[in-house]
Design a protein around this ligand. Structure first.
Ligand SMILES: [Zn+2]
Length: 286
């Protein structure tokens, strides 16, 4: 029975994924099929109880995948909010800028993002001797010094709410996202065991912008409704989290050019994209 159940569940999600992809362009945004899935509502409670909130990603622009949650944590719940990632120059295909100039653009973007979200800090980690312009020879080489440095940082800043990519699909623009998602989960399992450190760890399940595609959740899932949730900014304006995304796209427009690449303008993008972030809580031993 158990086996049959598993089989049908797997089949259901395979069909569900296929359905999701094949119909993505025609019926994605208005559809509320995800509402039928379980919603734990755990995430907001966990944020409210958190001391510090941290996004961890392999590239210094990946935090865009969790912009809604970061804005919410920082602006609405007034939490100390951080990004911890790697120093990388953006690829910026077709650009005539030198690598050093590209790097300057990226750092300027990150600093503007930090200011806009109200981050307490934005860390671009680089192993010793690494300027961010070179390629790493392997992921293991890249991650070696990162995790111990991140652990120290988490303990020092009393961070207890972690957000990362999921370990299956990740943000599917880059193969490293799920690989890094898996490494983060492995590391945090050990971290929790070794230090008896308590934290909430959530993975963002959204997989890309283009087809409003998300990984069909198989477990308790939290939604952040980006149009419905409003936050107050430093200038006194109140904006929705989705309007926050618009600002962030504007900040990163030179180095990411997502809009120019896939869409003609913001309205077109906005009409074809899911205005939700989905999060799954990682269960460790507790
Ligand atoms: Zn990335």
């Amino acid at each position: 029975m158990q086996v049959m159940y598993k089989y049908f569940t797997t089949l259901f999600f395979m069909l569900f994924s296929f359905f999701q992809i094949s119909n993505a362009q025609t019926e994605e945004v208005k559809s509320d099929k995800f509402e039928k899935l379980r919603v734990s509502k755990q995430l907001l409670n966990d944020i409210k109880n958190a001391n510090g909130v941290l996004w961890i990603g392999p590239h210094c622009d990946d935090e865009l995948a969790a912009t809604g949650l970061l804005l919410l944590a920082s602006r609405k719940y007034n939490k100390d909010t951080y990004v911890f990632t790697f120093l990388h120059k953006p690829s910026m295909e077709g650009s005539t800028l030198s690598n050093e100039e590209k790097m300057k653009v990226r750092i300027k973007d990150n600093e503007e993002f930090k200011e806009f979200i109200g981050l307490k800090d934005y860390i671009r980690f680089a192993p010793e001797g690494f300027s961010g312009l070179e390629e790493y020879t392997s992921y293991s080489e890249k991650y070696k010094a990162f995790f111990p440095a991140m652990k120290k940082y988490i303990i020092k800043n009393n961070i207890d709410f972690i957000i990362s990519f999921d370990s299956i699909q990740g943000w599917n623009e880059h193969p490293e996202h799920p690989i890094f998602g898996r490494e983060v989960q492995k590391y945090f399992k050990k971290f929790e065991d070794d230090e008896n450190y308590n934290f909430s760890h959530y993975c963002v399940l959204n997989a890309n912008w283009r087809f409003s595609h998300v990984i069909p959740p198989t477990t308790d899932t939290d939604f952040i409704y980006l149009d419905d949730v409003k936050v107050e900014m430093t200038n006194g304006n109140t904006i929705s989290l989705w309007e926050g995304y618009k600002e962030v796209f504007n900040i990163y427009k030179e180095s990411l050019f997502i809009l120019g690449k896939y869409y003609n303008n913001w309205d077109e993008f906005s009409n074809q994209t899911i205005h939700k972030e989905l999060y799954e809580k990682i269960k460790y031993k507790r």
